[in-house]
Design a protein around this ligand. Structure first.
Ligand code: FBP
Length: 329
């Protein structure tokens, strides 16, 4: 019988590798896992608990908010508020920073509580995404600008997928681990260790319905993916779940590229740098892949606002480099 390793055990073993560690980051990951279990339970019975559909309100992005968006936001914020470890939370659902624990906590957490909202009412895969930074040292009262740190400064990041099974993936800069929730025992169990993304893949993932809004370089790259050339396993397959966390998870396991470009419809792209693109870039880079805005590394972008967007091209090294070559041409 294969020895099962729970998330709890894995976190403690990893922490023990750092004799000086106080266990704060470990507790933070546990808090996020607890919220994920509660959200997973709600998602799994969403059709019969009146939690589907719109809440009726719009958020400050001008998007109509789903009831599950708010539920997930509340669950994650209350879990992060359990221990005095998080000083500030920046959420897709809150316009400004949310201050926790009289600001004495040492971590800043960015989150997209419910990613892929358009999939909620059709019971397709949705996710939660998180990104963790240290607070600046020797600073008592923090401002929003203290949360504006490049992705290279992340101390941990990850996502949870609520799909055919509930999966939690995270990195603390020591590779990528995947855990699968066993609802019968309420435990996340280690299911994949030190995951590596394939060097090259034959899957491209983007909303092709937006083709007319794209610039020529991207149109040429997608034509390249669709061209017939068995030697380079083309034409590639097109796959698009409509939930970035899920599309990037497939890309992590099967290789290829996920793209959400800037376009005449979204001049800066649609996806958020700090709580969608940076955390998923940290995961993919830790697995040996690349993440770019078409020209430079996503994690090198110096953020100027907590909700800013960026074009994103993320996935296998070979595919992202090929994409970038079309932008340089
Ligand atoms: P939400 O976080 O509001 O769900 O928005 C992000 C997202 O749903 C991504 O997960 C997904 O990749 C993208 O938007 C889908 O956008 P579109 O509907 O334009 O294809």
């Amino acid at each position: 019988m294969k020895k099962l390793t729970t998330l709890e055990e894995y976190i403690i073993n990893a922490q023990n590798k750092f004799p000086g560690a106080r266990g704060d980051l470990s507790q933070l990951l546990r808090d996020i896992a607890l919220a994920a279990k509660i959200i997973s339970r709600e998602v799994n019975k969403a059709g019969i608990t009146n939690i589907l559909g719109l809440d009726g309100a719009s958020n400050f992005h001008g998007e109509s908010v789903k009831k599950l968006d708010l539920f997930a936001n509340e669950q994650l914020q209350s879990a992060l508020g359990r221990s005095n470890i998080t000083c500030m939370v920046i959420s897709e659902e809150n316009e400004g920073v949310v201050r926790l624990s009289d600001e004495s906590g040492k971590y800043i957490v960015y989150m997209d509580p419910l990613d892929g909202s358009s999939n909620i009412d059709i019971s397709a895969t949705i996710g939660s995404i998180f990104s963790i930074y240290m607070r600046p040292e020797n600073k008592k009262h923090l401002t929003e600008s203290d949360a504006l740190q490049p992705g290279t400064k992340q101390v941990a990041a990850g996502y949870v997928l609520y799909g055919s099974s509930t999966i939690m993936a995270y990195t603390t800069g020591m590779g990528v681990q995947l855990f699968t929730l066993d609802p019968s025992i309420g435990e996340f169990i280690l299911s994949d260790k030190e995951v590596r993304i394939p060097e090259e893949g034959n899957i491209y993932s983007t909303d092709e319905g937006s083709y007319i809004y794209w610039d020529e370089a991207l149109k040429k790259y997608v034509k390249y993916c669709q061209a017939y050339d068995p030697e380079t396993k083309r034409p590639y397959k097109a796959r698009y779940i409509g939930c970035m966390a899920a599309d990037v998870h497939r890309t992590l396991l099967q290789g290829g590229i996920f793209m959400y470009p800037d376009s005449s419809k979204y001049p800066n792209g649609k996806l958020r740098l700090m709580y969608e693109c940076n955390p998923l870039s940290f995961i993919i880079e830790q697995a040996g892949g690349l993440s770019s805005d078409g020209k430079k590394r996503i994690m090198k972008i110096e953020p100027t606002s907590i909700h800013e967007c960026t074009p994103v091209y993320i996935g296998s090294k070979g595919n992202v480099e090929k994409l970038e070559s079309f932008f340089q041409a």
